[in-house]
Design a protein around this ligand. Structure first.
Ligand SMILES: O=C(O)CCC(=O)C(=O)O
Ligand SMILES: [Fe+2]
Length: 304
């Protein structure tokens, strides 16, 4: 498909130079959301830097324009200049705030949640070492985060783990009508749900096609195929969708400082397996991402 926008977005050098010296304050939280006062302060500080508005407009267009749905902001030079400390995280939060309101659905976790590598974990789940199949985050929440974002601190030093993205609505459009009808039935469930903020109530069972054709969430995780008990016909339909997602996938390796933002109403995401031999890599050298979620709209929960 021809893309009329940039998926990989470089930061203009004059903007980088200005951002390195920009003293953004620590963010405040209001419940699980970044506070309005912080949003406003970041907006004002960042709007005064050269080409910030233009860069975030490009970003928003990549995320919400026709055919779009994900983008990678290349923050590697800023990461190098600032180290992966709070000053760098505040700038990344500032870019995120240019898209929607950052929040943490997990009350026990900080705003940015570590996704490291754990050799003992279920290999197909977050922070596992295996293939992390196509999914949306918080698939069983009444109101999943509008955006999920992943900031790469360190790629796999052994060279594995490219990110995978697929246009969910394009995949659905390639399925038969019969298959789509099955996916539109409330016959699917996945995972547990407890102690979550800002994402509504548990949705169980849910339809995978949740909304008008071509719009809304495609509530899918390929992990349900192996981990949830589903009726045969519904499972077969879900498997066909999983295959179409793979057929349409793009993949790329996140570099240090790359910030992947995914519009969960458009694209599903996942990750190829890490390279074998992770048990021999010291924990402090292993791949590390930081995850942050965004809510479009006011962010004060009124959207629920
Ligand atoms: O490790 C990755 O690149 C993706 C992780 C992910 O999608 C998740 O934890 O939800
Ligand atoms: Fe995810």
């Amino acid at each position: 498909m021809e893309r009329k926008f940039h998926v990989f977005i470089d930061i203009p050098s004059e903007l980088e130079a200005a951002l390195i010296g920009l003293p953004l304050p620590t963010w405040e939280l209001d419940g699980s959301f970044v506070a309005k006062a912080t949003m406003e302060r970041y907006r004002i500080e960042l709007a005064a830097t050269p080409r910030f508005e233009e860069t975030t407009a490009t970003l928003r267009h990549a995320l919400t324009g026709k055919g779009g749905g994900y983008a990678v902001l290349r923050l590697g030079n800023l990461a190098k200049a600032l180290g992966s400390d709070d000053r760098f995280l505040r700038l990344a939060t500032g870019f995120a705030a240019g898209v929607a309101v950052p929040f943490s659905p997990f009350p026990r976790w900080p705003l940015w949640k570590d996704i490291g590598v754990k050799v003992d974990k279920d290999p197909g789940k977050s922070s596992g070492i295996g293939y992390n199949a196509f999914h949306m985050d918080l698939v069983n929440a009444g109101l999943p985060p509008d955006y999920t974002t992943l900031l790469c601190v360190r790629p796999d030093p052994l060279g594995g783990g490219p990110s995978i993205l697929s246009d969910a609505h394009a995949a659905v459009a390639r399925l038969s009508e019969n298959c789509r009808a099955l996916l539109a039935e409330s016959a699917y469930h996945y995972g547990t749900f407890f102690d979550l903020f800002g994402v509504g109530e548990e949705y169980k069972p849910f339809p995978i096609l949740d909304g008008e054709p071509g719009e809304g969430f495609v509530r899918f995780t390929a992990k349900m195929l192996a981990r949830s008990e589903l009726g045969q016909a519904h499972a077969d339909a879900a498997r066909e969708l999983a295959e179409e997602l793979v057929r349409g996938q793009v993949s790329f390796m996140l570099q240090p400082g790359d910030y992947l933002i995914v519009n969960q109403r458009r694209f599903l995401h996942g990750r190829e397996a890490l390279h074998s031999g992770q048990e021999n890599v010291p924990v402090s050298d292993r791949r590390l991402l930081l995850q942050l979620f965004l809510r479009a709209g006011t962010g004060d929960g009124s959207a629920e």
